[in-house]
Design a protein around this ligand. Structure first.
Ligand code: VG1
Ligand code: CO
Length: 539
């Protein structure tokens, strides 16, 4: 039975860098999900006759939210909803299924790398027919509508059984419950040389993957263990759980502690990797060796010819402005197009659609290609395995050869967490105002060459976006400042530090970057304004 339910608006349903991201407790408020979803449906002219893809990373509230969305879709006249079995789907798979089915949109229920559970975070990523997350112009309209919403439509019906594959009806809407692994696995088999990777594992190559009890567990078990032949048990924390078993599914050196301990032990495997909650991020480790995501993007791009799916050539490459400049040197050497965009994968999509780029990446452990319109964690891991299988070189050797050829960008991100929002906004505004006066000034060993806001003019849709502040120094060092758009706890100031070096590749990263970190604090008056003398998280 169709119900039209009166509701009162919330004033905080503004999407950030990647969808709506909130505390679970916020999303659990009455009608919170309903208001947001109805606002989307209303903004896009309704969903009558349309097809959507739906699933999530399995975190707390996934099951409840998914039933609400299915019933709302049916009540709003949607024709078909393609849903991952048990309500699961990774962000990369959702993008693929959306494109394969020429669907009109999709939802992934996830707060990505943020912790889950009742006291953790929940989120909703909304993608359009392009397979990528909706552009800011659309999310702004959705936000406006959410502030005025008065009612939503929902079907009064029993919960849908999502354990059963195949087609069923909810009202007049068709629900197709799909096996979310197959479309993804098939896509990976088309791109990579599975036979070569199988041989690598058969030869005793030791590999460990941490899935953090989030959505990539089933994918990793199937691909790495069942198909490619890595020994059973190579995938850690492989069962999706509502609270991720208490783990924080953020693949970096701090949160992937179990994996990092294994990879830095004396008997370390040859390669270690991890993904985030929704499977779009990746971390790559060798034996006692860490590959920065910025270097990873540069290395993958430089080795594209080794991969069957790209051997006939690639278009250009793009990175977010905050990401290190390593890939720019590869682009130059390969003679391919090179773009810098704001932080957030949605900014890459127009470049992919217009065949300007094939690869793209972000410093935040995100790498991907135009096979979909999201970043792709397992894709990046397979890319590395494929390079290793073909070259016989180790993770460290591949990375060191890259530095020898192109130089090394020592690079790190410093996060100052939990800052009062007003303090953070003022810090950024005052810093921006002061930047034009910095050129020529010297701070410690660093002299400013130029400084200003990063402004991106999209060559395809003509939109203009300001994202972050950049200070360039005469020795090619850089500092980038931004406020996070995915946090749920006050404001997070991200400070990205980069120093370029052509000779010595064995410097201690922390020590080498500390003087620049100090300059960053000084220029932005971080200590005085936030009371923090050092960053909370270094990645
Ligand atoms: C962070 C990262 C950004 C990434 C975004 C979504 O955003 O810095 O590079 O695209 O998360 O990642 P912010 O605004 O907090 O810096 V995820 O894996 O949603 O899908
Ligand atoms: Co993610």
């Amino acid at each position: 039975m169709l119900k039209i339910v009166p509701t009162t608006p919330y004033d905080d349903q503004k999407m950030g860098t990647a969808g709506l991201r909130k505390k679970s407790k916020t999303v659990e408020q009455p009608n919170y999900v309903e208001n947001f979803v109805q606002s989307i449906f209303d903004t896009i002219g309704g969903v009558e006759g349309k097809t959507f893809v739906l699933g999530g990373d399995g975190r707390y509230f996934n099951k409840i939210a998914i039933q609400k969305i299915m019933k709302m879709a049916a009540a709003n006249g949607m024709k078909k909803l393609i849903v991952g079995q048990d309500g699961l789907i990774s962000t990369p798979t959702s993008s693929r299924v959306l494109l394969d089915n020429k669907a009109d949109g999709g939802f992934v229920l996830t707060a990505s790398h943020n912790p889950g559970g009742k006291n953790g975070d929940f989120g909703i990523k909304y993608a359009t027919a392009t397979g990528g997350q909706c552009p800011t112009a659309v999310s702004d309209k959705i936000y406006e509508n959410s502030k005025n919403i008065r009612e939503y439509k929902i079907l009064d019906a029993p919960d849908v059984d999502l354990s059963r594959l195949g087609t069923q009806k909810l009202g007049n809407m068709e629900i197709e419950v799909i096996d979310y692994l197959t479309p993804y696995v098939e896509m990976m088999e088309e791109i990579f040389d599975f036979a070569a990777i199988k041989k690598l594992f058969a030869g005793g190559f030791r590999f460990v993957f941490d899935a953090f009890n989030a959505v990539t567990g089933p994918y990793a078990k199937k691909i790495f263990e069942d198909i490619l032949g890595a020994p059973q048990g190579s995938v850690l924390n492989a069962v999706p759980m509502e609270d991720f078993g208490g783990l924080h599914p953020d693949p970096n050196l701090i949160y992937a502690k179990q994996l990092v301990d294994i990879m830095y032990s004396d008997n370390a495997p040859d390669m270690g990797a991890a993904n985030d909650g929704d499977g779009d991020r990746n971390m790559i480790l060798g034996k006692k060796f860490f590959v920065t995501p910025s270097d990873s993007l540069a290395i993958l791009t430089d080795n594209y010819r080794l991969i069957p799916g790209y051997k006939n050539g690639i278009f250009g490459v793009a990175k977010s402005a905050a990401t290190s400049t390593a890939v720019s040197r590869v682009a130059k050497a390969l003679g391919i197009g090179y773009y810098e965009v704001p932080t957030g994968w949605k900014y890459f999509c127009n470049l992919m659609d217009s065949h300007r780029i094939t690869f793209c990446g972000e410093e935040s452990f995100g790498t991907g290609s135009s096979h979909i319109r999201e970043k792709d964690g397992i894709w990046a891991v397979l890319f590395w395995l494929n390079i290793i299988a073909v070259t016989g070189k180790s993770v460290e050797q591949i990375t060191r050869e890259h530095w020898a050829k192109y130089g090394r960008s020592y690079y790190m991100r410093n996060d100052y967490d939990g800052i009062d929002v007003a303090v953070a906004n003022k810090l950024m505004a005052d810093l921006e105002a002061k930047l034009p006066t910095l050129a020529g000034q010297t701070f410690g060993d660093f002299t400013v060459r130029s400084a200003g806001a990063f402004i991106y003019n999209d060559p395809v849709d003509g939109s203009s976006t300001k994202n972050g502040l950049v200070v360039y120094f005469t020795d090619n060092s850089r500092i980038v400042y931004r406020l996070s758009g995915t946090g749920t706890n006050g404001a997070t100031l991200r400070v990205y530090l980069e120093r370029f070096e052509t000779q010595d590749f064995d410097k201690n990263m922390l020590e080498f970057l500390e003087p620049l970190a100090e300059v960053a604090r000084q220029i932005a008056e971080i200590g005085m304004r936030t009371g923090k003398t050092k960053a909370d998280v270094l990645t």
